[in-house]
Design a protein around this ligand. Structure first.
Ligand code: SAM
Ligand code: SF4
Length: 363
């Protein structure tokens, strides 16, 4: 393997694992439940693809990764040592953040030890809810006790930091269920919590059942409750849907939110290199086949015009605690929605609930 090039801006690597035991009926991610026979070939293809991008004669040689994020799908569905081999094939900086998304059902102490030995120093656990009836209505397979076991396994392996992923707005979720979810999550003392409103994605079974869709006022109440509880526990909101203990913000997501460069590996993975965005073929079958034939796996790409790129950058900054430069918004017209900090407009809690509307006013 060639020596990675040094770089000043953080560089991210995303690995996509497109396999799940069961598809949640709200999820539109590129994942399959009937292609597990492809797993070994898929992991081999990832290693070949990473090796090609590590060579100096590749048109887009990768610098050493500052952040690696293994997402899915369900990375914990594949053999941990197989996944560890793929992670170890990625050239990375000595202090790189290396995250794996974990489904609570799958996590074992041995799996976490294998990950830790491969350099994984952060996991993100898909908790979603601590209320069994809400987990059922979301179509999840785990129960809250699995989450506690998973967190114990993470700690016992010495993995220093972890995120808990929560969803609010599932059918049958009362405000008190959501409060219990947030307090149950906090009791596990995570360094990071993501809380996303259940989004209705076109083409999913949930999209066809309007009676199970969340209500906007209910979502707003739940956001406010979560923000108050998480803040009181010492987690700081640093992006509309993300809270962290200072120093534990997700560096990988910050690469995305700061429009940094990243390389995606695997089917349906997206990349952004030198102002160009591109994405890979969608299915694992096609990805494996193209890698075997030594052909490009890119499905399509685009170069954003400078003005669109600037506006997109402002929209992303607006969602972050750093906010947007004063001249990018007429914030005086939005009292209670944005506040001026160090000459930048930053969303208030009420403003965070209206981030998309405020985005329309950026200039
Ligand atoms: C795509 S999953 C991958 C990790 C893992 N399979 C899991 O479910 O936790 C990453 C996160 O996206 C969330 N997610 C997927 N579809 C969503 C939707 N329609 N609305 C809100 N969150 C969603 C999942 O619940 C999960 O926390
Ligand atoms: S939410 Fe996670 S577990 Fe459920 S189908 Fe999507 S990727 Fe798979």
């Amino acid at each position: 393997m060639s020596t990675p090039q040094p770089t000043s801006d953080p560089f991210g690597v995303y690995l996509h694992v497109p396999f799940c035991a069961k598809r949640c009926d709200y999820c539109a991610f590129a994942t399959w439940t009937d292609r597990h026979h492809l797993i070994d070939d898929y992991l081999d293809a990832l290693i070949v693809d990473i090796g090609r991008h590590s060579r100096l004669d590749h048109p887009r040689t990768m610098p050493a990764a500052d952040t690696i994020f293994v997402g899915g799908g369900t990375p914990t569905l594949v053999d941990p040592s197989g996944l560890a081999r793929v992670i170890e094939a990625i050239p990375r900086a000595a202090d790189a953040e290396v995250t794996v998304e974990c489904n609570p059902d799958d996590v074992t102490p041995a799996m976490m030890r294998t990950y830790a030995a491969a350099g994984v120093n952060r996991v993100s656990i898909g908790v979603q809810s601590m209320a069994p009836h809400v987990l059922l209505s979301l179509g999840r397979t785990h129960v809250p006790a699995n989450v506690e076991r998973a967190v114990d396994a993470v700690r016992s392996a010495g993995i220093p930091t972890f995120n808990l992923d929560l969803i609010y707005g599932g059918a049958g979720e009362r405000l008190v269920d959501w409060e219990r979810t947030v307090s149950g999550a906090l009791a596990l003392q995570p360094t990071h919590i993501s809380a996303y409103a259940l989004t209705i994605e076109a083409g999913t079974p949930l999209a066809l059942e309007p009676e199970r869709h969340p209500d906007d006022d209910d979502l707003a109440d739940k956001y406010e409750v979560a923000d108050a509880m998480l803040t009181a526990a010492g987690l700081v909101n640093y992006e509309v849907s993300n809270w962290a203990r200072p120093g534990h913000e997700c560096r990988h997501n910050l690469v995305y939110w700061h429009q940094g460069d990243y390389q995606g590996f695997g089917c349906a993975a997206h990349s952004h290199r030198g102002g160009r965005r591109f994405w890979n073929v969608r299915t694992p079958d096609r990805y494996i086949d193209l890698i075997r034939r030594d052909e490009p796996v890119e499905a399509a790409g685009e170069e954003l015009p400078a003005e669109e790129r600037r506006m997109e950058g402002l929209q992303l900054q607006l969602r972050l605690r750093e906010g947007v430069p004063r001249e990018a918004l007429d914030g005086d017209e939005l009292p209670g929605v944005v506040e001026l900090h160090d000459d930048r407009w930053v969303l208030t809690q009420r403003g965070r609930l209206m981030a998309n509307d405020v985005s329309l006013r950026l200039r």
